[in-house]
Design a protein. Structure first.
Lengths: 95, 623
């Protein structure tokens, strides 16, 4: 059969848990992203307001979206790794 | 602008390209098997893979396109940075681990893991080829754009050079060498972009201009004799001859404002501000006309500034720009005249969306939302990004590399603001092509930095093109020949077929790169995202999260998503302008297809799946 992964995977007991957490975090980010698009489209003047050390909302919100994605990624990885170790045992981590 | 080749630039460039080729041959020995060729044997370290992800992703569109767009249009360019990065959230939280669990070499494998369906194999392979080709064109155009100032060579030479080098890389070593080239290039790009950004902040903002920058003069209309007068779109232009050189000025009441002009004379000669290009009369642009401090006092410079003070200062400044929609084109006695007109824009207007993407009208709002949707959904659907999930040994590694990628790409995207606004305010922009803004900004800080950054940018193109060609050759050799047509091949034959396809796709890309000269680099990339998001994302998401998804549902969704996105693009106002037709005669007013084609692809998948439920009997849900 052709359709198996290039690197063999073992059963990952944390899989369902990680998928659920992933979806939750995805929606969290999605809402914040939609907030940005919403302000840009329906209230562009709000974007001009200075919010941090004289810098306007557009720059701060845009940078925050990028930085928040990085933080969310790090948190997700940390929590998932912990859960994998807990459910699969350290030696039997999801390969 | 007149570009003259510099020996240091050539030496640095050749050393870099030579090194990349050497690395490629070194890793060639690792590519003996099909797994080695298409997926680097699944052995790449997660950190290397993560930076290589960044290398793949930070293509010519990011480094040249986004920086160029910010430099010419302000914040609207940064929207691409935000959207491209947000797309990684979909990749990380929704797609990364399941894809790794399901796939083998290509994303078609992942989609087809449950069904082994001919329909999916065919449609997914076609969509991979279509998206790869769409993405290849701007990369090749970017290559041509780069070699002109760097080596003083014509556009087509650059395109052929990239084609030849990439074909050599891909045909010798496949995914392993591509990964290491991307790792090296991704890392260097981030390091040197940081260096330039720090230099921009150190320099701060100033109303004083460099001697190389064009500063338009304003004179009394009565002080000169005009040689010709032309009315164009509610503006009056006059030709003024000074020291034997004819240039065009804009009439503003009883004053004249100097512009820059490019004239192709009736005899075929091209004149820049009235002189041949080599005379250097045509200058780089972009400068501040006014700058105030926090108390509102006029100042000439800020000196060294921090991140927030930099933006706060731009907010209080006025910038002279030369936007593309402000270029006047008319004929004067058989001469084809192009006048690049200066516009003074408030800094505060450049730090918010609105210069390129107007959101005042309902269709403008729809276009904006559509673009942001396509960028958000596109990343997780790009075939050359998806294949990178198969180059690491485990799901955990796939996740870790995605996070390394997000962190490094995110960091770079924050830097695009400084690179873009730095180019805008330091007078380095080539009015004919904003694409070169970031490398030209480096040039303002010294020829060595310029050479290094240009060599990296060239390698960026090399790396991205290699990745795309591997993805395309995987689609043909593995998905089409091996799976769909069931041609019996040994491992060695499969690699040979992949390499042969790489050569053919490479030659095709060279042809397209030459044909599309002059097209905006980021222009097609946004569309490649839309096509990828419409064709691929609905099937990936639904396969993972909806147990009723059927093979026919996926095949129809890919087909309809791809055709509808392409159809909307090809009949859009922007494309009409590309055809040389009137924008107003376009079939519709939507420039970005995502908002129609992505939901449509989802709906088709659901309807087709519900109609073919009996196909799923006996199959196990794998989501």
């Amino acid at each position: 059969m052709l359709h198996e992964p290039a690197a063999k995977t073992e059963k990952d007991a944390a899989s369902a848990w990680k998928a659920k957490l992933g979806i939750k975090l995805f929606w969290l980010y999605c809402i914040i992203y939609m907030g940005f698009v919403g302000i840009a489209v329906f209230s562009p003047e709000t974007m001009k307001k200075p919010v941090l050390a004289g810098t306007n909302l557009a720059i701060v919100y845009g940078m925050a979206l990028i930085i928040f994605a990085i933080i969310l990624g790090l948190v997700y990885n940390h929590v998932c790794t912990k859960k994998e170790d807990e459910l699969n045992g350290k030696a039997g981590e999801a390969k | 602008m007149n570009y003259v080749a510099n020996p240091i630039a050539i030496a640095i460039f050749l050393t870099f390209v030579g090194f990349v080729l050497g690395m490629s041959f070194y890793y060639a020995r690792k590519a003996k098997s099909a797994e080695g060729y298409f997926a680097a044997g699944g052995t790449i370290h997660w950190f290397v893979n993560g930076i290589a992800f960044a290398g793949d992703y930070l293509s010519a569109a990011s480094f040249l396109g986004i920086c160029g767009l910010i430099a010419t249009m302000g914040y609207d360019g940064f929207l691409y940075s935000i959207g491209y990065l947000a797309g990684w959230i979909v990749a990380l939280f929704v797609v990364a681990e399941p894809m790794k669990r399901l796939g083998k070499y290509t994303f078609t494998d992942a989609l087809d893991a449950k069904f082994n369906s001919k329909g999916i194999q065919l449609m997914a392979a076609i969509s991979t080829l279509a998206v790869s080709l769409f993405y290849l064109i701007p990369q090749m155009v970017g290559a041509g754009v780069l070699v002109t100032p760097l080596l003083g060579l014509p556009h087509w030479v650059g395109v052929i050079m990239v084609g030849a080098i990439v074909i050599t890389i891909v045909a010798t070593a496949g995914m392993t060498s591509t990964t290491y080239v991307q790792f090296l290039k991704g890392g260097l790009l981030i390091i040197f972009s940081t260096v330039i950004s720090v230099m921009v902040l150190n320099k701060g903002l100033s109303t004083e201009t460099r001697p190389e920058t064009f500063v338009p003069r304003i004179i009394a209309a009565s002080s000169v004799t005009t040689a010709a007068t032309v009315e164009y779109h509610d503006q009056t232009f006059v030709k003024v001859v000074e020291d034997g050189l004819a240039n065009w000025w804009i009439v503003e009441g009883d004053q004249l404002l100097e512009a820059q002009s490019k004239v192709v004379t009736a005899s075929g000669e091209t004149l820049y501000n009235g002189a041949p290009k080599a005379d250097n009369k045509f200058k780089s642009v972009g400068h501040l006309t006014s700058l105030t401090d926090e108390e509102g006092n006029e100042i000439t410079e800020t000196g060294r500034v921090g991140i927030f003070k930099y933006f706060a200062s731009i907010d209080r400044s006025e910038v002279v720009r030369y936007p593309k929609d402000n270029i006047a084109k008319f004929d004067d006695n058989g001469d084809h005249v192009k006048v690049f007109c200066p516009v003074v824009t408030k800094g505060s207007d450049l730090l918010v969306p609105g210069q390129k993407f107007k959101t005042k009208t309902p269709i403008g709002k729809l276009n904006f939302i559509s673009l942001m949707l396509a960028l958000f959904c596109g990343t997780a659907s790009l075939p050359h990004i998806l294949i990178r999930y198969y180059t690491v040994p485990s799901q955990r590694d796939a996740r870790k590399s995605t996070i390394v990628a997000i962190a490094s790409i995110g960091f770079f995207y924050v830097l695009t603001l400084f690179l873009g606004f730095g180019a805008m305010t330091l007078g380095v922009i080539d009015v004919e092509s904003g694409n070169m803004s970031a490398p030209l900004l480096a040039k303002a800080f010294g020829i060595v930095l310029f050479s290094i950054i240009s060599a990296i940018a060239f390698a960026t193109v090399l790396g991205t093109v290699s990745g795309l060609i591997v993805a395309a050759s995987g689609a043909v050799a593995h998905d089409l020949m091996d799976n769909y047509f069931a041609i019996k091949m040994t491992d060695t034959q499969k690699v040979k077929a992949g390499k042969l396809t790489a050569v053919v796709v490479g030659i095709l890309a060279v042809g397209l790169g030459i044909a599309f000269k002059g097209m905006n680099v980021s222009f097609l990339v946004g569309w490649a995202f839309a096509v990828a998001a419409s064709a691929n994302l609905p099937s990936i998401i639904m396969l993972l999260f909806w147990p009723k998804t059927t093979a026919k549902g996926i095949a129809w969704s890919i087909g309809v998503g791809m055709v509808s996105a392409l159809g909307i693009i090809l009949t859009s106002p922007s494309m009409y302008a590309q055809y040389g037709l009137d924008k107003a005669t376009a079939l519709h007013t939507l420039d970005n297809p995502g908002i129609i084609s992505i939901p449509l692809s989802f709906i088709v998948l659901i309807v087709a799946s519900l109609m073919t439920q009996k196909d799923n009997e006996g199959l196990e849900y794998i989501g």
